[in-house]
Design a protein around this ligand. Structure first.
Ligand code: ADP
Ligand code: ADP
Length: 217
């Protein structure tokens, strides 16, 4: 059973009296341990597609099966997001270690903090104060916090929107390796939206292209 199976997903937005199709009739299947890269020009529907796959938005039509089930609810931590605006996606009140550790349910505090520090160091933030709040970090650092949080509890699937966009080349390569390792070592399925064709070619098993809301191979 694929982790993600979308059939004929469509989503239209209203703009005044116009109806703008953002995603049109998209079929997509993502197996465990597979990284699917999504590329395409700005405004082609990539972020909307990710929101549909994450069930943050309902499609107007089409069907979405997660682990073969059409039901709306998945277990906590089953799917993890990395949003394009990482800082806004982190809890501003929480120290970053707590945000990273949050998906580790039913683990005692000392173990969660130790695991969070380990993941902060894996994403290259070993020098950052784990008690810092997101506003004290750069955008790129917030993005790395979001990646650590997404991977710490070995989710079944990760949906990542431009996870390396605001990182320097060396840091981006490190994050790419961590995403790839999640697929190879834990069987995590990943859907990664990126403008960076070179990086996507290294990371992805398969690359699909969005064009005016439609998916082309
Ligand atoms: P991409 O991620 O490829 O840049 P988006 O999915 O953000 O593309 O946008 C696809 C289309 O849908 C664009 O025309 C965009 O203006 C429109 N759109 C996206 N989100 C909304 C929204 N919440 N309300 C209205 N229109 C939207
Ligand atoms: P990154 O390589 O993670 O993208 P930057 O080069 O953007 O980081 O930032 C370098 C340093 O500047 C970081 O150590 C960060 O702490 C600091 N910094 C950047 N933006 C901010 C900000 N808005 N508030 C506080 N510190 C910041």
């Amino acid at each position: 059973t694929p982790v993600v199976e979308a059939r004929g997903l469509s989503r239209t937005y209203r703009r005044g009296r116009l109806r703008v199709p953002a995603v049109s009739d998209v079929d997509l299947t993502v197996a465990a341990g597979t990284v699917v890269g999504v590329e395409g020009p700005s405004g082609s529907g990539k972020s909307t597609l990710l929101r549909l796959l994450m069930r943050l938005e309902a499609p107007d039509s089409g069907e979405l099966l997660l682990d073969g089930h059409a039901s709306r609810r998945t277990a906590p931590g089953w799917a993890m997001p990395v949003f394009q605006d990482a800082r806004a996606s982190l809890d501003a009140r929480w120290p970053v270690w707590r945000t990273v550790a949050e998906p580790l349910l039913r683990t005692d505090r000392a173990a969660r903090r130790a695991a969070a520090l380990d993941w902060l160091s894996r994403v290259g933030l070993g020098h950052v104060d784990p008690d810092a709040r997101p506003r004290e970090l750069s955008g790129g650092q917030c993005q790395r916090v979001a990646v650590a949080r997404a991977l710490i509890a070995r989710p079944r699937v990760v949906f990542a929107d431009e996870p390396t966009a605001s990182l320097d080349a060396t840091t981006a390569a490190g994050i790419t390796r961590l995403l790839r390792a999640a697929a190879d070592e834990h069987g995590t399925a990943l859907v990664v939206v990126s403008h960076d064709a070179d990086r996507l070619a290294v990371l992805a098993d398969r690359i699909v292209r969005m064009d005016a809301g439609r998916l082309t191979a």
